[in-house]
Design a protein around this ligand. Structure first.
Ligand code: NAD
Ligand code: IPM
Ligand code: MN
Length: 343
């Protein structure tokens, strides 16, 4: 039986992960889940963010389910970099998979787009780009202060994520990959991405390709999201575009993700796209659907396609029955989803 590690984290993390665990237990009783106390509380208590011993233990699991990381009482970056990005990097989770669909019953903000008309997946590079941490600052807190933040792009890193995107497109109906970058300005990294994209495309003659600059892609995600099938892009562009994709498909509370190490050398990690939502934390108001759909991605990755499909169907039933704008209770949604998933 699968052994999963659970990092509930901060803010609404524990609230939504609690519901995801309920649903996993409903569809796959007997999963061994071990909780790891990481995040703001541990940091305040012990000063630790992610000790090496815990990293080693996490490495021994089949997958990680994560809630959210980040808290207003901790300086920005300490937990985001020290915990979340450290996990993505240490476990070489280079495919940051972020699907977006407009579900029946969900009122997206776009009048012209009907349910079923958006079904896209962003394959966001997960280990490089501006997230690499290259850069520095000089003359801090003086008028002469200078800060740099460099984007790291390796041929190996870029090519492997593009190849993954093409392989995914081949398994989908439309078989289309859109490369999103900013080749007109970022001429070093952009050129590397464009050449790697062309080289990989040559191996997938059955897949249609297109290229868009990121500013245009941000616009088209709002004006015509139906045009996308698989989108491949770098780490920061993917971060921003997936919040837009979430917004146009009914909100961040529904957006799931997988941080995947496709070779299975390290555990993959599954987490909602959203953060710890300090503005609503502790009140039982968070939508757990994003966490539950992330659990479905986890189950699928572990070879439990049937259990994953039952979770996805349970979400479809839940969303079809919602009244747009009506308030929800996290626990109640979790109970309903677990009920639908076993039925
Ligand atoms: P956020 O995603 O936490 O919140 C943005 C807005 O969306 C808030 O109004 C929030 O209430 C709402 N929201 C988010 N999830 C929701 C849900 N499930 N149901 C209903 N509403 C929801 O982003 P933020 O406010 O920019 O960041 C807060 C903290 O989370 C920061 O510390 C940030 O670094 C961190 N963060 C972590 C992750 C992660 O762990 N993967 C992702 C994004 C942000
Ligand atoms: C996300 C978050 C993270 C990211 C942060 C918290 C490091 O915004 O998962 O989208 O930028 O990847
Ligand atoms: Mn983000």
């Amino acid at each position: 039986m699968a052994r999963i590690a659970v990092v509930a984290g901060d803010g609404i993390g524990p609230e939504v992960v609690g519901q995801a665990r309920k649903v996993i237990d409903a569809v796959l009783p007997g999963v061994e889940a071990t909780e790891y106390d990481l995040g703001a509380a541990r940091y305040h208590r012990t000063g630790e963010v992610l000790p090496d011993s815990v990293l080693d233990e996490l490495a021994g699991h089949d997958a990680i389910l994560l809630g959210a990381v980040g808290d207003p009482t901790v300086p920005p970056g300490v937990l985001e970099r020290g915990l979340l990005l450290k996990l993505r990097f240490a476990f070489d989770q280079y495919v940051n998979l972020r699907p977006s669909r407009l579900w029946p019953g969900v009122a997206g903000p776009l009048a012209a787009v009907k349910p079923g008309e958006v079904d896209l997946v962003v394959v966001r590079e997960g280990t490089e780009g501006l997230y690499a941490g290259a850069g520095g600052s000089l003359h801090r807190d003086t008028p002469a202060e200078v800060a740099t933040e460099e984007s790291l792009n390796t041929r190996h890193g870029v090519e492997r994520v593009i190849r993954d995107a093409f392989a995914r497109a081949r398994r989908r109906e439309r078989r289309k990959v859109t490369l999103v970058h900013k080749t007109n300005v970022l001429t070093h990294a952009g050129s590397l991405w464009a050449r790697a994209f062309a080289a990989v495309a040559a191996d997938f003659p059955d897949v249609t390709t297109e290229y868009q600059h990121v500013d245009a892609a941000a616009m088209f995600l709002v004006t015509n999201p139906s045009r996308y099938d698989v989108v491949v892009t770098d780490n920061l562009f993917g971060d921003i575009l997936t919040d837009i994709a979430a917004a146009v498909t009914g909100g961040i509370g529904l957006a799931a993700s997988g941080c995947i190490n496709p070779e299975g050398r390290y555990p993959s990690m599954f987490e909602p796209v959203h953060g710890s939502a300090p503005d609503i934390a502790g009140r039982g108001l968070a939508d757990p659907v994003a966490a539950v759909l992330s659990a479905a991605l986890l189950l699928d990755q572990l070879g439990h396609a049937d259990a994953a499909a039952r979770v996805t169907a349970a979400v479809a039933t839940e969303l079809a029955g919602r009244t747009p704008g009506a308030p929800l209770r996290t626990e109640e949604v979790g109970d309903r989803l677990a009920g639908h998933a076993v039925a």
